[in-house]
Design a protein around this ligand. Structure first.
Ligand code: PRX
Length: 642
């Protein structure tokens, strides 16, 4: 029996969700008239013109549409609105550099100047509404300025995670035909002061026909190769530009950004989010999920290269006028106490991180957190993967001192914002469960035949039966792929790709992906992408990749590799495989284990039976399940006996 944790004693909600009974009643009311609910929620942001219809979504056509004809601007909502409300001198960003002794505050007034000036510089470079701009940066304030400047003029940003390789950057730039790339000379993280950001960009710029300009932040003062006419430093790019820039009037359904994410097949998909619904949803969920109040200091440790950074560093928190820490470094530099040192230094009230980071820190013992005053903490969040009991309890006890509710937030790049989470001060928690869907979110569990599962504790496919404003609108440039990926498995529903069950209290437990997508340290990676990258290494014939349980990463990558005839397995080939994966995707996609084998278990139609490989990788070879469909069952023995 899993213990239920009631709301910690003296925690009282500031945002008004403080009674479970009332919350459950609200959810029922919303269910009855969700348009009325979302219309009310949408009033929390500023619109230049009000919408005419709340929701014109039709899942059967894969058509998602919210707040029709509404006009607004995301950067206006994140900055100007707060200044108009007298908060111009409030600190928006507390940038904590990788260096313990360097931090910098940026007020809302200053943010407006930086964003407006950069926006004018973009315009001067002929970037217009609808043009795509790629941002390939680490966690420095300019990254956020760049995103908001794009939003200000209606350009569509595509942020590429700073650890992605040149090839991955190239593919993303080309897929959405970005005209301009914003990067930095070098990246700084932990002991590394020379992450080759500009060099990576230089390696591929000639292979990106749409790319006209590269803007480079001089983060490190390092000499990097700049191509005359194409490349320009940030400080030169903005030189002479006015610091006032009227925000572009955007339609609710005008694109705000593209963010690439991995799927079970093919190349990463450009998930497209639009302006109105996304702003309403991220702003609303940031407030209710974290019980965010205007005086709080908020810190989300994510990187802006992922959706968590977009929704819960940039658009959600800033539209709520937050003061937030943004952190350039890593949790273990200069030591494993870094997170807690920052919490003490900046008196953080709301802290949001990933279970993988908690596992890595928990392993180092309690001495690190115990050195710091963590009494400012009020709400603790997690995201990206299931949080297991040991790290949940460590977070609750050692970090939160049993006074902070833990919000285990379940969501996806595609969902734009949190769909399931406890509400602090209101919904009792159970370690490992994202608890209940938020108001207006209507999940269902389906069996293999598409029938709704109603019995408790029965795992099924998690779908959403209704849309919500933050839902992605399409796969950039490929609406058919959007339909096929999300609306074909269970017509009339959004298919999440996750499995889940509901317990006797109605709480949801996410069991993980039901497709060939891995979750490594909270990073989403497609098996097909990794297999393709391994296949490009010299001497490799074929690869099959599966995820196996990993103590720290949650899931580690296990690769089974067959070699070309005449090529002998060797450490050199392993090294080459790792280098090739790093080159094609990035270091976060490197397999933890490489096993050479003579053949892969395939069906007669040539499909790799990953289920069997997973059992072999996890040493569960006593029961391999049904192997009768294998084309060559003798392969199994050779795999086990390696
Ligand atoms: O499998 C789920 C897992 O992460 C996937 C989404 O990954 P991504 O689009 O990269 O977004 C991550 C950040 C929102 C989901 O399909 N996932 C995310 N949060 C949780 C989770 N699994 C269990 N519990 C969570 N809280």
């Amino acid at each position: 029996m899993i213990k239920k944790y009631n709301v910690p004693g003296d925690f009282s909600s500031l945002t008004g969700y403080d009674s479970l009974e009332e919350y459950l009643k609200l959810k029922i009311d919303v269910h009855k008239d969700s348009d009325a609910y979302w219309a009310k929620v949408a009033e929390r942001i500023d619109w230049f013109e009000k919408w005419t219809d709340v929701n014109k979504t039709n899942y059967h056509d894969a058509h998602i549409e919210w707040f029709t004809n509404g006009k607004l601007n995301a950067s206006y909502n994140c900055i100007d609105r707060h200044i108009k409300n007298g908060l111009g001198e409030k600190t928006a960003l507390i940038w904590q550099s990788n260096d313990v002794n360097v931090s910098k505050n940026v007020t809302y007034n200053e943010l407006l100047v930086h964003v407006s000036q950069f926006a004018n510089a973009l315009k001067r470079s002929n970037i217009q509404k609808g043009d795509r701009v790629c941002i390939y940066m680490q966690m420095i304030p300019e990254a956020i300025v760049a995103m908001l400047a794009c939003a200000r003029i209606g350009a569509v940003h595509s942020v590429v995670f700073g650890a992605f390789s040149s090839d991955a950057l190239k593919n993303r730039i080309n897929d959405s035909e970005c005209k301009l790339l914003i990067t930095q000379d070098n990246g700084v993280r932990g002991t590394k002061h020379d992450i080759p950001m500009k060099e990576n960009a230089n390696n591929i710029a000639d292979e990106c026909p749409s790319l006209e300009k590269i803007v480079v932040v001089d983060r490190c003062g390092n000499d990097v190769a700049m191509q005359e006419g194409r490349d320009i430093y940030w400080h030169d790019f903005i030189k002479g530009c006015d610091t006032v820039c009227e925000p572009e009037v955007m339609d609710a359904e005008d694109p705000l950004f593209i963010l690439y994410t991995s799927g079970s097949t093919g190349t990463p998909k450009g998930v497209l989010h639009t302006t109105g619904g996304y702003m309403v949803y991220t702003s609303h969920t940031h407030e209710i999920v974290f019980d965010h109040h205007k005086d709080h200091i908020y810190w989300c440790t994510a990187d802006i290269g992922w959706i968590t950074g977009h929704s819960y560093i940039v658009y959600g928190p800033l539209s709520n006028g937050v003061t937030q820490v943004i952190f350039e470094g890593v949790p273990n530099y200069p030591d494993f106490g870094r997170f807690w040192q920052i919490v003490e230094q900046h008196k953080v009230n709301i802290f949001y991180t990933a279970p993988t980071a908690l596992r890595a820190l928990m392993k180092e013992g309690d001495d690190f957190p115990n050195q710091y005053d963590l009494s400012s903490l009020r709400v603790l969040g997690t995201v990206g993967e299931p949080i297991k009991s040991p790290e949940w309890h460590w977070y609750f006890q050692t970090i939160g001192k049993e006074k902070c509710p833990i919000v285990d937030t379940w969501w996806q790049t595609e969902t734009g914002g949190v769909l399931m989470s406890p509400i602090p001060g209101c919904v009792p928690t159970k370690p490992g469960s994202a608890t209940l869907p938020l108001p207006g979110i209507e999940p269902a569990l389906l069996d293999e035949n598409g029938n709704k599962i109603t019995e408790p504790n029965t795992t099924g496919f998690l779908v959403m039966t209704q849309s919500w404003p933050g839902q992605m609108r399409t796969v950039y440039g490929d609406h058919q792929r959007f339909k096929d990926t999300y609306f074909s498995q269970a017509p009339g529903n959004y298919f999440t790709g996750d499995g889940a069950f509901i317990d006797e209290d109605g709480y949801y437990w996410i069991t993980g992906r039901v497709d060939d997508v891995l979750n490594v340290s909270g990073h989403r990676i497609g098996t097909a992408e990794v297999e393709g990258a391994i296949g490009a290494a010299t001497g490799v014939a074929e690869a099959a990749v599966i995820g196996y349980t990993h103590d720290i990463k949650g899931e580690g990558i296990y690769a089974f590799v067959t070699l070309m005839t005449g090529v002998e397995p060797s450490d050199d080939i392993k090294t080459d495989i790792l280098a090739t994966v790093t080159k094609i995707i990035g270091p976060h996609a490197k397999p933890s284990v490489i096993q050479f084998c003579d053949g892969l278990p395939k069906t007669r139609s040539g499909k790799i039976m990953r289920r069997i490989l997973k059992k072999i990788a996890q040493n569960e070879t006593d029961d391999l399940g049904d192997i009768s469909t294998l084309a060559d069952p003798s392969v199994i023995d050779s795999l086990i006996n390696k």
